[in-house]
Design a protein around this ligand. Structure first.
Ligand code: FRU
Length: 526
């Protein structure tokens, strides 16, 4: 592998930060990562390629790292798959398995994996300063890669044309490949089609729309049956945006509509303002952002894209658990950054509109019988919590904790989960539900080390209605992160945390009244 740039490493002491290494989230062993790339399932293995700096733990030397997993929780890192060189960085993109050998790269033994990635051309290249789409292929199921000699396969002579997501589209006229990419600074998704992955024709574009104050990056497009009804299938267009997301900085929005093989038409009523939100004054912009559809309302879920070929027609996404606001300065070493949990997405109808719901893929390891029900001293499984705190089981060192709760807030003004906190309550990450304002807030201002960047200390809120009066939460805490799936995954919030507490405690309290706990269970995953 030829070196691209000088290795860059942060000053953070590895011994100080090893306690932040997650148990069930992917991190590179000792380098930097950002966006998930080329997510593909083949022959029992999930492949995760990712934006990687093979020589350091800050952004640079962009190459595709590679890891595989059978359960989406435990990953094995492999050698770098596609490396940068003196002429190009390897930016984000996707992988397809070319079962029909449309590209001609396959062998008699196996279909080729074809990576469609962005060549970010350097000055030394004849294409210097532009971003264009290129191919690499693997004939050993993703383990070793060769760049196509005809690269780039698609250019617009643009400096910001990137992040191709390619999928097989089956239309009335037959099947073809469709590419969804972005003109990042124009806030546009661009659509192309191809028969062989090498020659591409422009179809249409979409945007700006809804959140459009930053660059549009890492798009994805896929169909889902609403509530499983194949006669009511809608298309989900994911558009990541940085900066300008609802919690500040990087985040992912989505659109629901129809794709006819040529263009994406959003459903009526799903665009918040005809001209987008970037021209609105601050308070109005914040209000407009709340109306957009967000994959995640926290600070640390970006560049989410989905797997190709996931089994049983499941649609599974992974995001980068970070935010460009402070990404290069996270206080960890020698690794920096992790992925979110894999999340299965579905569409469900809510008040006549389709909404994306997400559930973390926790596999069978989180079987119900492994859960520890928190019961009162009488052994009852539903109990009242009145102006008091209930201590939850402590985390088992080295494992992630999953807290599941169903609560009737009753007369309580607030329900507070204090997570990874100090015994005296002075430090903790607080997940709070406010009954009057119907808001869920994730507050990491007292979570631990927030000093490493001025933009890190934050509290994020999302509107959240009760269902039949019940608040349902699934919370995953894994060393340096909290992921919250509320109301069966209708609202998701992800925040990084860097706790400094030696013996962290979790508790739940009802504030200003009494609440009925219908279910409260804690399980661990290693
Ligand atoms: C998103 C992004 C992509 C780009 C990659 C470069 O985080 O900026 O648009 O391809 O990262 O690392």
């Amino acid at each position: 592998m030829s070196s691209c740039l000088d290795a860059a490493r942060s000053e953070t002491d590895p011994a100080e930060t090893s306690r932040f290494r997650p148990a069930i989230h992917f991190t590179a062993r000792d380098t930097w990562l950002n966006d998930p790339n080329g997510l593909v399932f083949y022959d029992g293995l999930y492949h995760l390629f990712f934006q990687n700096n093979p020589y350091g733990n800050v952004w640079g030397n962009m190459s595709w790292g590679h890891a595989t997993s059978r359960d989406l929780l435990h990953w094995t890192e492999h050698p770098v798959a596609i490396a940068c060189d003196g002429t190009e960085d390897i930016f984000s993109g996707s992988v397809v398995v070319d079962h029909g050998n449309t590209s001609g790269f396959s062998t008699a033994d196996a279909p080729a994996f074809v990576a469609i990635y962005t060549s970010a051309y350097k000055a030394a290249s004849e294409h210097g300063g532009t971003q264009a789409q290129s191919l690499a292929y693997s004939t050993d199921a993703g383990m070793t890669w060769r760049k196509y000699e005809g690269n780039p396969v698609l250019t617009r002579n643009s400096a910001n044309f990137r992040d191709p997501k390619v999928f097989r589209y089956q239309g009335d006229q037959g099947a073809c490949w469709v590419m969804v990419a972005v003109e990042a600074q124009q806030q546009k998704v661009v659509f192309y089609r191809s028969d062989d992955l090498k020659s591409w024709d422009f179809l249409s574009d979409f945007g700006p729309a809804n959140a459009d104050a930053g660059e549009w990056e890492c798009p994805d497009l896929f169909p889902l049956a609403v509530d499983g009804d194949p006669d009511n299938t809608k298309w989900v267009l994911i558009v990541n945006i940085n900066p300008g997301a609802v919690a500040g900085g990087s985040g992912g929005q989505y659109f629901i509509g129809h794709f006819d093989g040529e263009r994406f038409l959003p459903d009526i009523g799903t665009l918040v303002a005809p001209t987008g939100v970037s021209s609105l004054p601050d308070p109005e912009m914040a209000a407009a952002l709340q109306q957009c559809l967000w994959l995640d309302w926290g600070r640390d879920c970006y560049a989410s894209v989905s797997f190709s070929n996931a089994p049983d027609d499941r649609r599974i996404i992974i995001g980068w658990m970070n935010n460009w606001d402070y990404a290069n300065e996270l206080p960890t070493a020698p690794w920096r950054s992790s992925m979110t949990l894999a999340r299965e997405v579905r569409l469900t109808a809510v008040s006549g509109s389709a909404l994306l719901i997400q559930q973390p893929v926790l596999a069978d390891r989180c079987a119900r019988e492994e859960l520890t029900p928190a019961k009162d001293h009488m052994g009852a499984s539903s109990f009242e919590l009145r102006n008091s705190a209930l201590r939850l089981p402590d985390a088992v060192p080295g494992s992630a904790q999953i807290i599941e709760a169903e609560i009737l807030p009753g007369s309580a003004e607030r329900l507070d989960f204090r997570l990874v906190g100090s015994g005296d309550g002075s430090k903790s990450t607080i997940l709070s539900y406010n009954t009057a304002s119907a808001q869920l807030t994730l507050d990491r201002r007292q979570s631990g080390n927030t000093r490493f960047h001025e933009k890190f200390s934050s509290a994020e809120s999302a509107p959240l209605g009760l269902e039949d009066g019940v608040l349902k939460l699934l919370i995953v805490v894994d060393h340096c992160s909290v992921e919250v799936f509320a109301q069966d995954g209708r609202t998701v919030m992800t925040d990084l945390i860097f706790p400094e507490t030696e013996s962290p405690e979790n508790s739940l309290s009802a504030v200003g009244g009494s609440a009925t706990i219908l279910k409260l269970a804690v399980s661990t995953l290693t």
